[in-house]
Write a protein that binds this ligand. Sequence first.
Ligand code: COA
Length: 170
Amino acid sequence: VSFVGLANLLPPLSFVRLRTGLLRLAGLRSGDRTAFGGRVRITGRGLRPASRISVGDNCWINDSCTFDASATITIGNGTAFGHEVALITSTHDVGSHFYRAGTSADLPIVIGDGAWIGARAMVLPGVTVGAGSIVAAGSVVNRDIAPDVLAAGVPAKVIRRLDGCGRDGP
Ligand SMILES: CC(C)(COP(=O)(O)OP(=O)(O)OC[C@H]1O[C@@H](n2cnc3c(N)ncnc32)[C@H](O)[C@@H]1OP(=O)(O)O)[C@@H](O)C(=O)NCCC(=O)NCCS
């Protein structure tokens, strides 16, 4: 059984430190006071896709998130993920009529410091979510999201700006 598999045997919202420790043994880098609250699915090319994931300090990752780490996934400090968020780094060029999922491509994802990604949001390959932004539940993020905005919908669009340090905030 893999370390990720062992972590997923633990019941959600308990054994948080043990789970985070097991994920680190799988190769995932995570900072101080960062906690994975439940099961996590990690896919991606190679033997240790978890080693392409880094999560900063003071983050909360809720139950049943999916990390497709064929390319790197970089999650900043102070981020929060709702339930069943999916970060997908792998895609395909458009192939022929006979096999539309053409040549594979892997593109990194970056989630900026302080961002909150709502439940069941999906972030697509190559996207950066700016620091201090919110992605509403169920959104599909197919383009970069600026810092300090609320984005929502399919595809995610900016709904409004949020206060940010250096602009309106402390
Ligand atoms: C985004 C969210 C935080 C609400 O923020 P808010 O500032 O109170 O925003 P409002 O409810 O005033 O909505 C503003 C607009 O965004 C729209 N909107 C809000 N959430 C949306 C969503 N998930 N998808 C699409 N549109 C959404 C609203 O319909 C509204 O549009 P309108 O002005 O045309 O009516 C909330 O909807 C959300 O998605 N929460 C995530 C919950 C979650 O993931 N919990 C897991 C635990 S971490």
